[in-house]
Design a protein around this ligand. Structure first.
Ligand code: NAG
Length: 321
């Protein structure tokens, strides 16, 4: 009886060992893909020799994405066998040609072989970069401005942080809302109300799920900040300069005009003044040469002159005589 049990156990173990050696498995590896790029879920059937693959069913969420049942059945052209030689290599990896965020999930791979049926699982994670954030501003006044920063198409969900000109973190004063699009990607919209323009320009920075900065945007044009105010004051300055130079020009013109209209009067006065000046008088009116001749009549008018005249007359008389 005991020997019968022993023989039975030996027989069972003999049966079991070849069975486990015969057992077909499929080994799969999860991976991470990037939106817009090809992704691959690696799966290999083992043992790789001494069996024939009869059927393969790649499924996601119960939906077939790739089927081989004697011939390849492309339900979706985006999904293919990564190895064109898969029937020989037994590498039945799934290639996703143009990865979408919605492709993320758990995939199952059911394989029917000449040595039995097996099933494997692999997870595909998808990452998508956020678009370059866009900033808009409104309600701009001298001491406040409302800013909005929007980035979309990212996955998984990220965050928007705000910094001012000096790099101060203003994120606590802002509010970010997240909406999931139809393709599962996220749109981030962050608002910063009543920002102080004196700290501008502000930057909004989009961080991905790994807390890495993906993009940033600074204040859009026209700049609702100090620079804009400065620019305004520059315009005002320029205006002031133009008006100022106009006024100066007018004043100069007026002065010249006044000087010109006063000139004859002044010249008269100067002339009079000069003529009254004894020194100037001598310079300006040098004794004319005839004055010396004029002295003669004076001399002649003098009593001495009459005698001289007499003498002259006498001399004339003498001459006549
Ligand atoms: C900015 O502030 C937010 C909110 O307090 C914080 O989560 C984030 O880590 C800060 N960012 C940096 C770069 O310091």
């Amino acid at each position: 009886m005991a020997s019968a049990i022993a023989i039975c156990l030996v027989v069972i173990s003999f049966i079991t060992v070849p069975l486990s050696a015969d057992f077909v498995t499929v080994e799969c590896q999860s991976s991470t893909g990037h939106s817009g790029q090809p992704s691959k879920l690696d799966c290999v059937v083992k043992p790789q020799n001494d069996l024939k693959i009869l059927k393969v069913f790649w499924k996601k969420d119960g939906q077939q994405v790739l089927t081989f049942d004697g011939s390849i059945n492309p339900e979706n052209e985006r999904f293919q066998f990564a190895d064109t030689n898969w029937r020989t290599s037994k590498v039945i990896s799934l290639l996703v040609k143009d990865t979408k965020v919605s492709d993320e999930g758990i995939y199952s791979c059911t394989v029917a072989t000449t040595r039995g049926i097996t099933k494997g699982y692999a997870r595909l994670d998808v990452k998508a970069k956020y678009s370059q954030p866009e900033m808009t501003s409104k309600d701009i006044t001298e001491d406040r401005v409302d800013l909005t920063c929007v980035a979309s198409g990212g996955y998984p969900s990220g965050a928007i942080h705000w910094f001012d000109r000096l790099g101060t973190n203003w994120t606590r004063s802002t509010e970010t809302t997240e909406t999931q699009e139809e393709d599962k990607s996220f749109q981030l919209q962050s608002t910063f109300l009543s920002a102080d323009p004196s700290h501008a320009p502000y930057r909004c920075v989009v961080f991905n799920s790994e807390w890495k900065a993906e993009g940033e945007e600074t204040m859009p044009d026209p700049l609702p900040n100090k620079e804009a105010l400065k620019a305004d004051s520059k315009h005002i300055m320029a205006g002031a300069v133009v008006i100022g130079s106009l006024i100066v020009g007018l004043l100069v013109a007026l002065l010249i005009f006044r000087r010109r209209s006063q000139r004859p009067e002044q010249e008269c006065f100067d002339y009079d003044y000069v003529s009254h000046d004894p020194e100037d008088g001598t310079v300006l009116n040098p004794p004319p040469p005839y004055q010396e001749v004029d002295q003669n009549p004076v001399v002649l008018d003098s009593p001495q002159d009459s005698s001289a005249d007499k003498k002259l007359n006498a001399s004339f008389g003498v001459a006549h005589g």
